[in-house]
Write a protein that binds this ligand. Structure first.
Ligand code: HEC
Length: 211
């Protein structure tokens, strides 16, 4: 009997606590674990109270340091490795050539997608066939024929141009993700003139050598 009285007392107390804590949604009562109740807004586009947050690493000691950027050296899940070649002449002319295209040969569907991306992002200047005759080429000025240059360029060098831009051409790093840019490199290869042409052109030379 005593046990039943205890149990019913516990049940009644629990009901009172539960009901009273839910009585007003607008006034949730005392918050005893603020970190759990209110998350610190680390979301990219959230506003940050400058009294509490700083984007200057030198202030990190007495304010919360947060610059909305991924931590250096981290790679997003499913993302290809970052391109770390620097934007200078050594990077362009030497280091970029050492970077291999990380993608396997494109499937038919991916190749069509790469062509679509090329036509949206590159063809306005470079033309659908990469011959520097896109509709705005004349306005931009200095647009070069991709297919005249690309046969002598490594995949890495073409990627490098998209990563950083060059002279009148802007960077495409924010419009196209890394995978899309490597796909475009492969698509450019399909636009290049076929190799047989150079093979036949070489014949007369060998004939001369024989003489
Ligand atoms: C707004 C016009 C414009 C667009 C769009 C554009 N380019 Fe260019 N591109 C240029 C110009 C101008 C140059 C010549 C740059 C220079 O003087 O070195 C160039 C040069 C290049 C070169 C040769 C670089 C060299 O070493 O001379 C490549 C490769 C290239 N572009 C690829 C691309 C690809 C791929 C895209 C699409 C992602 C693209 N471009 C989009 C204007 C453009």
């Amino acid at each position: 009997m005593k046990r039943i009285t205890y149990l019913s007392a516990i049940v009644i107390v629990t009901i009172i606590v539960t009901v009273s804590s839910c009585s007003s949604k607008r006034q949730p009562g005392k918050v005893y674990m603020p970190d759990m109740a209110y998350s610190r807004a680390y979301e990219t586009y959230a506003e940050h109270d400058s009294a509490k947050f700083t984007t200057d690493i030198a202030d990190a000691g007495h304010k919360i340091y947060y610059n909305s950027q991924p931590v250096n050296g981290t790679v997003k899940r499913g993302e290809l490795f970052p391109y770390t070649v620097p934007n200078d002449s050594n990077g362009l002319l030497n280091l970029s050539n050492l970077v291999k295209n990380p993608l396997p040969p494109l499937s038919k569907a991916d190749s069509a997608e790469a062509g679509r991306l090329f036509n949206i992002n590159c063809a306005v200047c470079h033309g659908a066939k990469g011959e520097a005759n896109g509709p705005v080429a004349a306005k931009i000025g200095g647009v070069k024929s991709i297919i005249a240059l690309s046969p002598t360029y490594s995949d890495g060098r073409i990627f490098h141009v998209m990563e950083y831009g060059q002279n009148n051409m802007g960077s495409y790093a924010s419009q196209l993700d890394r995978k899309q840019r490597w796909m475009i490199v492969q698509y450019i290869r399909t636009l290049e003139p076929k190799k047989e042409a150079t093979a036949t052109a070489a014949k007369p030379d060998s004939a001369i050598v024989k003489k």
